[in-house]
Design a protein around this ligand. Structure first.
Ligand code: ZN
Length: 170
C-alpha cells in the first residue's frame, strides 16, 4: 500500500508506522494522531429515458480523459449525498434533477491512491438545458444496448449491465 503522507497534519512531526487494528498505519509519535486511511464517497446520476441513458465524455483536462461515465463526482465535506448528486449533475450536464432511489452501491478500487465508495442514484430531469461542463466535454444519450467505449470506471459497467438486465426483463 502506498503511504503518501510523511508528516503529521496536526503538529508536523514525522509520521511513523504502527500496527493498530490488524493494519499498519502511520501515527505521530509527538501528538498521538493516527492516520486512518478511508475511502471517500462518490455519487453518480443515472438518468434514463426508456432504454436510453445519459452519459458524459471526460474532458481533456480531467482524469480518464476521453472515456465515458455517468455524471458523477465526489461528495464534499458537510455535503449531503443527494445534494452532491444534484450539484454534480448540474455542473456536468446542465440539467436540474430530482434525485430518487439508490440503484447501486459499489467499492471503487480502480485508482490505487484514491479508493471510493460509489452510490448510483436514479435521477429525473426536472429543468435546465443540456450543456456539458466541468469534467465532461460532451454529454449524450445512448441506447443501453449500444454504449460508447471506453468506459472510465469498471463499476459503471456493472451498473450499466444491471440496467440492461432490468430494462430487458421489464
Ligand atoms: Zn502530531
Amino acid at each position: 500500500m502506498t503511504q503518501p503522507y510523511r508528516f503529521c497534519p496536526l503538529c508536523a512531526a514525522a509520521l511513523t508506522p504502527i500496527e493498530k487494528g490488524g493494519r499498519v498505519r502511520l501515527a505521530c509519535p509527538e501528538c498521538g494522531f493516527i492516520h486512518y486511511r478511508n475511502p471517500t464517497v462518490g455519487v453518480a446520476a443515472v438518468i434514463l429515458d426508456g432504454n436510453n441513458v445519459l452519459l458524459g465524455r471526460r474532458s481533456p483536462t480531467s482524469s480518464y480523459s476521453g472515456a465515458w461515465c455517468f455524471p458523477c463526482g465526489h461528495v464534499e465535506w458537510e455535503e449531503d449525498v443527494r445534494a452532491a448528486t444534484h450539484r454534480e449533475c448540474l455542473e456536468e450536464t446542465g440539467f436540474e434533477v430530482a434525485v430518487h432511489e439508490v440503484i447501486a452501491v459499489h467499492s471503487n478500487f480502480h485508482n490505487p491512491n484514491q479508493h471510493t465508495v460509489g452510490i448510483w442514484f436514479r435521477c429525473e430531469i426536472v429543468g435546465g438545458t443540456l450543456q456539458a461542463g466541468d469534467d465532461l466535454d460532451l454529454v449524450a444519450w445512448f441506447s443501453l444496448f449500444d454504449l460508447p467505449e471506453p468506459l472510465a470506471f469498471p463499476t459503471d459497467q456493472l451498473v450499466l449491465t444491471q440496467l440492461q438486465q432490468t430494462v430487458g426483463g421489464a
